[in-house]
Design a protein around this ligand. Structure first.
Ligand code: ZN
Length: 245
């Protein structure tokens, strides 16, 4: 039985004789994986079809319940790759790693596909904002996982105006009027506004990383730590990224 769908390539792990086990995020937001058999003389087209974050049309062959299906066709329709742009390539690997962990086999969540395809297109259009796009994706992934409460109101007292000071696992965003926090540990002023920017903008307008923006730095670090903690840490792509930028 052959199944064909639009998908985004996540990761390709080398397998016997030049083949690879490739994971994909389907257009319905489900994780799919299959064995792409090695070919004797891989063409550039064949290789490019399995690069992370490539948007492809892929066909799988195999019985419904078999352990590993075969990838019989994989045609690249859009690649976010900008040759020679290291930071953008490294961020693509991080995104592939993240979505490979978050997406589930047998579980559809089309928000994941929309998010990752938007990030891919934004990376292609503006590779210099790769780190901003990564932070944007992390924020929305947390949201999709149900781990990011809305920042409009304080989860403890309901205030809509007092500055947010921390993110509590139980109560969500907490504000300064109900939660005493050492000022050195509180979220900087402007954190709610930065969260609001992340929510209201598309990936192509993801806030650019600004080292002088304390609220952005703090929110990015907080959300990233929360996400990586939830995913069990150990994402090699992130280690590589931090060693390189
Ligand atoms: Zn409050």
């Amino acid at each position: 039985m052959i199944r064909t769908c639009e998908a985004i390539v996540l990761k390709a792990v080398p397998f016997a004789e030049g083949g690879a086990v490739v994971s994909f995020l389907s257009e319905h937001g489900e994780r799919l994986s299959g064995l792409a058999k090695g070919v004797k003389k891989p063409t550039a087209r064949w290789v490019a079809a399995f690069e992370p974050l490539g948007m492809v049309r892929v066909s799988f062959f195999g019985k419904e319940q078999t352990e590993l299906k075969r990838v019989t066709r994989c045609e690249l329709s859009f690649s976010p790759l900008c040759l020679g742009h290291l930071e953008s390539s490294l961020v693509m690997a991080c995104l592939a790693d993240l979505f490979d962990r978050v997406a589930r086999e047998g579980v559809e969540d089309d928000r994941l596909y929309r998010l990752l395809s938007a990030c891919g297109r934004a990376l292609k259009a503006d590779p210099d904002n790769a780190l901003g796009i990564l932070a944007y994706a992390e924020h929305w992934l947390l949201h999709c996982m149900g781990l990011l409460p809305h920042p409009r109101t304080c989860g403890r007292c309901g205030s809509e105006t007092a500055p947010l000071v921390l993110l509590s696992p139980e109560e969500g965003w907490c504000c300064s009027s109900c939660t005493p926090v050492d000022p050195r540990e509180a979220l900087p002023a402007g954190s709610r506004e930065h969260l609001r920017n992340l929510r209201l903008r598309g990936a192509e307008a993801a806030p650019r990383v600004d080292p002088t923006d304390g609220a952005q730095q703090a929110v990015t670090a907080l959300l990233r730590a929360r996400l990586l903690q939830e995913l069990g840490g150990g994402l090699r792509s992130y280690d590589v990224l931090w060693r390189s930028v």
